[in-house]
Design a protein around this ligand. Structure first.
Ligand code: FE
Length: 222
């Protein structure tokens, strides 16, 4: 596991950290890395505005309220996720922290100019899946078979690339696997554009919006 126990910060330490910032918030929103209309027509500006400004912001705002005056406010977002994943009584903090992290990862997993995998990435994909098309099929199948809300992921598991899915706020960040790419399959990610047609949203994302450069960066490649 990536998690480890940490000492909870004292109130004085938390107050000192807060005094060093201009913001009353501990965890900030990741700025959207493209314009609200940049992913249209697959993801409309309306969907992105509500997804980012209401759902994502809602998780981050709630997290900031929940960690106020607790030792969690002294941790990084990743540390809050991995620490509270092991603490059943902290499920509310875990859910909001994991959703904050998953969404920040999702914004970067998409790009209006996704392009194609680099030669180095293509070689890794070929050795794990056979070819890029098979990877896309597996990712699409994971996205479609995730029952209810959740996420489809491309991860690095040991030396191999793998596709996995998680329910609700669950995230591979709490496992040995390294997240490389994700697709949000909560209904709020696509309902305004596609209603119940999750398959159309997923195929649009896979065909037009995958940020292969982000996958390469997460693998430590150029
Ligand atoms: Fe979402």
């Amino acid at each position: 596991m990536l998690t480890q126990s940490r000492e909870v910060a004292t109130e004085a330490q938390v107050a000192a950290r807060r005094a060093q910032t201009d913001s009353p918030d501990f965890f900030a929103l990741l700025p959207l890395p493209y314009a609200e209309n940049a992913l249209a027509p697959v993801i409309s500006a309306n969907t992105l505005r509500i997804h980012y400004g209401k759902h994502y912001k809602g998780y981050v705002d709630k997290l900031n309220k929940l960690v106020d005056r607790t030792g969690y406010a002294d941790l990084t977002l990743e540390e809050v996720v991995t620490t509270t994943a092991l603490e059943a009584e902290q499920s509310e903090i875990f859910n909001n922290a994991a959703q904050a992290w998953n969404h920040a990862f999702y914004w970067r997993s998409l790009s209006p100019n996704g392009g194609l995998p680099s030669a180095a990435l293509r070689a890794r994909i070929d050795s794990s899946f056979g070819d890029v098309q098979t990877l896309k099929q597996e990712l699409g199948a994971a996205a479609l078979t995730q029952f209810g809300s959740g996420w489809a992921w491309l991860v690095l598991d040991g030396s191999k690339l793998r596709v996995v899915k998680t329910g609700n706020a669950q995230t591979p960040l709490t496992t040995q696997m390294k997240p490389l790419l994700t697709i949000d399959v909560w209904e709020h990610a696509y309902y305004l554009d596609f209603q119940n047609r999750r398959a159309d949203y997923v195929s649009g994302v896979l065909d037009k919006l995958i940020n292969w450069q982000f996958v390469s960066e997460n693998l430590g490649e150029q």
